[in-house]
Design a protein around this ligand. Structure first.
Ligand code: SF4
Ligand code: SF4
Length: 475
């Protein structure tokens, strides 16, 4: 029998993950085969000692990760074992909230006696699932400014990604996505849908928009948030497609604070900031990255940009330290202002000028690279309880819904599968109009020499269109 070396085993796992088109399912969509190969330098790969499964699911109203952990714990633990093997890590930790009792029990049962996999139970606060926060909570290590968990010998993988990694080892590619459809819908639920399903159909399968009988509202008075209310964005239309990274769809009345904030343009945020910021510094005092010791003080960027640039430029370029958790905007600021929006725009402009905060060359970023960090002494008292965040966002009426996991096979008649659902280059189509494809067939591949992800048919049918953005399949 052929016996493979640890390096060959690792390469085999990584290759299967690459073939299956697995990307970070928690939202960012970083290609997983790149992440679990840890680093091109073997020296760094050998240094990874801990893989953390991120099951914190801290964005309000989302349920899919906790339900996945309860229903598919053996697959998630197997995915964790595979990443440990691929990266050479000795220890695996599943980090999730204490209150996810069903998931906690299932994960404990799925873990073998004697293996080095444990659970780390967290309280319910936001943003418990931020990678840097998670690494600190689980290991006590502080990821350097503009660094990666890898810099402190850790890899963090969302539990949905681990599920897909386990399937990839059996040769099953990513074709479907578990996502929570909730808010103002008649039958909130978590569905497992083919990638490329229009969000309008997903909302219909959750019973459609729920309009109270006494209300004069129409469907036009509702908007759909793609993702969670903190990390998501407003859907441009009901034909927008579900992707590998869609964690949820939240239907909300247009006068809800989440919809108002997400829909407000940059110019309006700046006008408001100029006229009302009183430098109370609440945004800084609650910023999770500032509390970890990163040199990020959002009240100062407001001061600099609102009243003229008299501060050192590092206060502006500190934008690269912001993780865009929206806590400053949606919770901390008493005056409805958004330092995060300023930071996002600064980051956009820095990126346009070639500033790459992550994996950058030293010459580009010499300022925001501190690793001698000290967490703020009040950090543990400044965690934002999820319940209070939910109330602030006007979402309390939706928080308690049971939102069951519905595993029926929903089959849309038509899917528009995006070629870019991940960080990196868009995938290149390998099919043409008129081709017949089966569910799971490769339809677009990673361009040669680029970082990206393969894309597979999510339903069987005929290719109706191939554009720069989508491959459309009709059942
Ligand atoms: S919390 Fe709001 S008002 Fe206070 S400093 Fe920050 S942006 Fe200004
Ligand atoms: S979004 Fe606001 S609170 Fe969150 S990391 Fe950025 S500055 Fe800090």
């Amino acid at each position: 029998m052929l016996v493979l070396s640890p390096v060959e085993v690792s390469e085999q796992i990584v290759q299967k993950v690459k073939d299956a088109g697995v990307v970070g399912a928690g939202g960012a969509g970083f290609p997983t085969h790149v992440k679990i190969a840890a680093c091109p330098e073997p020296r760094r790969r050998a240094k990874v000692d801990t893989v953390i499964a991120n099951g914190a699911e801290c964005d309000p109203l989302l349920r899919c990760d906790q339900q996945l952990m309860a229903a598919y714990a053996p697959e998630i633990i197997e995915g964790l074992r595979l990443v440990m093997r691929a990266s050479g890590a000795e220890k695996g930790v599943v980090a999730l909230k204490r209150e996810y009792t069903g998931a906690v029990g299932a994960l404990r049962r799925a873990t073998r006696q004697g293996e080095n996999i444990s659970l780390h139970l967290m309280e319910s606060y936001y943003p418990a699932g931020d990678e840097f926060v998670l690494v600190y909570e689980v290991t006590g290590r502080l990821v350097p400014e503009t660094g990666l968990p890898l810099d402190v010998d850790c890899i963090v993988q969302n539990v949905g990604t681990l599920f897909n990694i386990a399937l990839a080892q059996k040769g099953i590619p990513v074709t479907h996505r578990f996502l929570t459809v909730t808010g103002a819908v008649n039958e909130p639920r978590t569905l497992n849908l083919p990638i490329g399903t229009p969000i309008g159909e997903a909302v219909a399968w959750a019973g459609g928009i729920k309009i109270p009988p006494w209300s004069a509202r129409t469907e036009e008075d509702y908007a759909v948030v793609v993702g969670g209310p903190m990390m998501g964005w407003l859907a441009q239309g009901l034909s927008e497609a579900i992707t590998k990274t869609t964690t949820g769809l939240i239907v909300l009345p247009r006068n809800n604070v989440v919809v108002r904030y997400l829909g407000r343009p940059l110019g309006s945020w700046v006008k408001r900031g100029r006229s009302t910021c009183d430098q109370c510094r609440d945004c800084t005092d609650l910023c999770p990255r500032y509390l970890l010791g990163h040199d990020l003080e959002p009240h100062k960027v407001m001061r600099s940009l609102n009243y003229g640039l008299t501060e050192p430029t590092a206060i502006i370029t500190a934008a690269v330290l912001c993780c865009e958790c929206r806590l400053c905007e949606a919770y901390a600021c008493p005056l409805e202002l958004s330092p995060m929006t300023y930071y996002k725009e600064i980051k956009r402009q820095l990126a346009a000028q070639g500033w790459k905060p992550v994996l950058s060359s030293v010459e580009v970023n010499v300022v925001h690279k501190r690793s001698d960090l000290t967490p703020h002494p009040m950090r543990e008292y400044r965690r934002v309880p999820l319940e209070r965040l939910v109330a602030r966002l006007g979402l309390s009426e939706y928080q308690e819904c049971t939102c069951p996991l519905d595993e029926q096979e929903y089959q849309p008649k038509r899917v528009a599968i995006p070629l870019k659902q991940h960080l990196g280059a868009p995938s290149q189509p390998v099919v043409k109009i008129g081709d017949r494809v089966q569910r799971g067939d490769l339809i677009a591949r990673i361009p040669e020499g680029k970082i990206g992800a393969n894309v597979h048919a999510s339903i069987s049918g005929r290719v109706e269109a191939v554009t720069d953005e989508h491959i459309v399949i009709v059942a």
